[in-house]
Design a protein around this ligand. Structure first.
Ligand code: PMP
Length: 451
């Protein structure tokens, strides 16, 4: 095998070399086009090579290359923080932003701010964060301690904090074997049970992805879930952190996904969609209520990275937010997403290996099963998810491998989340390529069974 000096996620796999992108397509060195059906990792939300963003990038690069956050602020970072605080849904909370470079850093900073919030009030024992076992909050040790994504965490458990978790609101396979609404949202009241078990005096915050991404392939909770969760948090003096790294900035048809339930978080983690992949930037937003004790106490949020609030990234993020607003992409995501979901749900009628198709806006999950009636998962060794992702790539379609949500990260599933700029005829093309992929995989599976 030819030597490669670049460590890749799967060392043994063949990776095409991306050379350029235009709109929702990426082209490799042979000129082959790939329809970016997952916006990379649900990131490139306005597509590639958008002239307005390139212009903003170049303009900023001509001004200054870097400033260190404890020496200077910049107009770009200040303006970005102001723009985020003016998101309609949260503006009454007077949120401030702490800029970082990745979603993992944003969720870790959220944890730190939550713990500090209580420390500064003389309550240092409130220092644990509850999460849901079926979740993904990032790859660094702190964030992995929150996530139950077993594939990504199991090798490192010796280094992870043993934090409390509760089951996810995964109605397709209810962890309590119940059905909505007769379940009376047991998945939400389980948070209360966990708090009583551990003691509210030991808990700083509860963290959740509004819609579960990588660990559950777009698990959308039933109505009433977040209302109940927030009530439980408030009753027990526990901060609610919404990890909107994947759902944030329009992906689900609202600027922030929590808006679907009108439940306002105390702390919000943002990433991916903030700069649509053009530069690395992420943010932790904390409300005035959360920050006040810190401002009146030590006056320092104890976190930070060299590249925090990088002016180039801030300028790019501002341009991306402006582009999304100018082109009405958030409202369109709701409409186009409903169409994509309906088209993919139609496929489920034709393919027994499609167990569930679920989603909100342009974030759709497809869960695969060996038998759709019994919902039996495929044996892990068949590696169905990767076979599908690779077969789709061969056909020129990029989709995101995810876990179905079983036991914190098991089961086969993919996420389909194209750029918000996708056109209706491109959605048709995406669905057609996906259909061809599943046709081939289902056929090969039948051959496999017949053998
Ligand atoms: N939180 C969520 C909900 C995510 O989806 C991700 C990334 N998939 C992260 C955190 C971590 O973000 P990053 O990869 O940028 O560190």
């Amino acid at each position: 095998m030819e030597h490669s000096y670049l460590i890749k996620p799967m060392l043994a796999s063949h990776y095409p070399t991306a050379v350029y992108g235009k709109g929702i397509y990426i082209y490799d060195e042979d000129g082959k086009a790939y329809l970016d059906g997952s916006s990379g990792a649900v990131t490139a939300s306005i597509g590639h090579a958008v002239p307005e963003i390139i212009k903003a990038m170049t303009k900023q690069a001509e001004k200054i290359s870097f400033v260190y956050r404890s020496q200077f602020t910049t107009n770009e970072a200040e303006q970005l923080a102001r723009t985020l605080s003016e998101i309609d849904f949260i503006k009454d909370g007077h949120y401030s932003s702490f800029f970082v470079n990745s979603g993992s850093e944003a969720t870790e900073t959220a944890m730190k701010i939550a713990i500090q919030h209580w420390q500064e009030q003389g309550r240092p024992t409130k220092n644990k964060v509850i999460s849901r076992w079926t979740s993904y909050h990032g790859i660094t040790m702190g964030a992995l301690s929150l996530s139950g994504h077993s594939e990504r965490r199991h090798r490192f458990v010796s280094l992870l904090d043993d934090l409390p978790t509760i089951p996810a609101p995964y109605c397709y396979r209810c962890p309590f074997n119940q059905t909505y609404p007769s379940c009376q949202l047991k998945c939400a009241s389980d948070l209360e049970a966990a708090i009583h078990r551990i003691g509210a005096e030991h808990i700083a915050a509860f963290i959740a992805e509004p819609i579960i991404g990588a660990a559950g392939a777009v698990i959308v909770p039933p109505d009433g879930y977040y209302e109940r969760i927030k009530e439980i948090c408030d009753e027990n003096e526990i901060l609610f952190i919404a990890d909107e790294v994947m759902t944030g900035i329009g992906r689900t048809g609202k600027t922030l996904a929590m808006e679907h339930w009108n439940v306002i978080p105390d702390i919000i983690a943002l990433g991916k969609g903030m700069s649509a992949g053009y530069t690395p930037i992420a943010a932790t937003l904390a409300s005035e209520k959360v920050l006040d004790p810190i401002l009146q106490g030590s006056k320092i949020v104890m976190s930070g990275h060299t590249y925090s609030a990088n002016p180039q990234s801030a300028a790019v993020s501002l341009a991306v937010l402006e582009y999304i607003e100018k082109h009405n992409l958030i409202n369109e995501a709701e409409e186009k997403g409903a169409y994509l979901l309906a088209e993919l749900q139609k496929l489920a009628e034709h393919f027994s290996m499609i167990g569930d198709v679920r989603g909100k806006g342009l974030m759709v999950g497809v869960e695969f099963v060996s038998d759709s009636l019994s919902k039996t998962p495929f044996p892990k060794k068949l590696d169905i998810t990767n076979s599908i992702v690779l077969a789709a790539r061969d056909k020129g379609l990029l989709i995101y491998p995810a876990s179905a949500g079983i036991e914190g990260g098991e089961g086969d599933a993919v996420i389909i989340a194209p750029p918000l700029t996708i056109k209706k005829e491109e959605i048709d093309q995406l669905v057609e390529l996906f259909k061809k992929t599943i046709t081939d995989i289902q056929k090969s599976k039948e051959v496999h069974h017949d053998e």
